[in-house]
Design a binder for this molecule. Sequence first.
Ligand SMILES: NC(=O)c1ccc[n+]([C@@H]2O[C@H](COP(=O)([O-])OP(=O)(O)OC[C@H]3O[C@@H](n4cnc5c(N)ncnc54)[C@H](OP(=O)(O)O)[C@@H]3O)[C@@H](O)[C@H]2O)c1
Length: 339
Amino acid sequence: MIPAAQGQPLNWGVVATGRIAHRVTADLARLENSVLHAVSSRSAAAAKAFAGQYGFATSYHDQPGATAYEQLFDDPDVDVVYIATPHARHHEVATAALTAGKHVVCEKPLTVNAREAQELILLAREQELFLMEAMWTRFLPSTRRALEVVRAGGIGTVRWVQADLGFAATYDPRDRLWDPAAGGGALLDLAAYPLTWAVGMLGFPDSVTAAGRLNRDGIDVQNTLTLGYADGAAAQLVSSLESASPGIVTVSGTKGWLRTGSPLYNARRLEYAGPDGRVQVEEFYEATEGFIHELREAGRCIRAGLPESPLMPWHESVKIMQILDDARSQLGVHYENDR
Ligand SMILES: NC(=O)c1ccc[n+]([C@@H]2O[C@H](COP(=O)([O-])OP(=O)(O)OC[C@H]3O[C@@H](n4cnc5c(N)ncnc54)[C@H](OP(=O)(O)O)[C@@H]3O)[C@@H](O)[C@H]2O)c1
C-alpha cells in the first residue's frame, strides 16, 4: 500500500472528459484535502479546456507512442485516478492504472463482465492498491438512511422490492449508450441502480430471470429482472432506454413499506410507514452533485490504508457483475469484452 501521508492532500487524476467526468469533477473540486492534479483526454483541445475549467495543474492528450492515460499514469505526482471512460474500456484503463501504482476509483459498472472485475481485484490485491467501483448511490445519505430504517426492522421483514429506471433516449449509434463496442444497452447503464437497491434490501438473490427487447445492433433497449430468494421474497426491476418511468424504489415489508423519491440513484426524499401506518417523510438537502460522498469515502479508505471500501466491497462488485452476466446471457447480449 502506498497511502499518502496522513493529512497530506491526495493528488487526483481524471481519465476522460465526457458527461459524468464533468459532474464528478465538480465535486472533486469541492472535496477537502484533495488536489485536481491532472486530466487526460484523447483530444488535446478537450484536455486543455477541461483542465482550464476546473483548475487542473496538468493535462495530457493522446500522442504518437503514448495514450493520454498512459502519460497520466506515468506522472509520479498522481496518487489516485478516477476513470470515466465508457464501460468497455474500464478494464483496460484500470489495469494500466493499477499496474502503474495508482489507486483507482472507476465508474460503474466496474467492468463489462465478472471475469474482468475479478482480474482487476486480483491486480489491486497484488499491487496493494485501493480499488473501488464508483456506484455513488450506495454512498448517499438518503440510501444509507433507507438501509438503516429497514435493517433496524422499521418495516418488518422485506418481502418484495420494485424499482424502475427508464428514459426515452434518442437513438444515436455514436453514443456509448447505443454502441455495442462501448458496452451499450440498458442493462449495464441503468439496471445497476435498481440492482443496488434490491441487493441492499434483500441481499443477493438465489435466482435471476431476465426478459427484454434487443435492437438490431444486439443491445438491450429494455429489460426486466426478477430476483428470486429461497424464502419466497422477490424483486422486480425494470430498466429502459426506450420509455420513461418515475425512477423510484418501493420496498414492501411484513410491517410496513418504504418508498424513495425520484430519481432512485440520487433520492432526496424517503417516505416510510411502520406498523402504525403513520407515514414519515425525510428530506435530504444536498449542496453538491452528490458524488462527493463516494469521493470522500475513497479518500478516507486510501488514507487508512484500506484496499477496498466496506460500503462497496470487491466481492459485491463481482456479484453484481455475475448477475448482469447471467441476465445478459438470458437476453442474448454479447460484447467484444466477453471471450
Ligand atoms: N455515476 C453516474 O451517475 C453515471 C452517470 C453516467 C455515466 N456513468 C458511467 O460513466 C462512464 C462514462 O459515461 P459518460 O456518460 O460520461 O460517457 P461519455 O459522455 O460518452 O464520455 C465518455 C468519455 O470517455 C472517453 N473515451 C475513451 N475512450 C472512448 C471510446 N472508445 N469511445 C468514446 N469515448 C471514449 C471520452 O473522453 P475523451 O474524449 O476526453 O477521451 C468520452 O468523452 C460509463 O461507464 C457510465 O456507466 C455513471
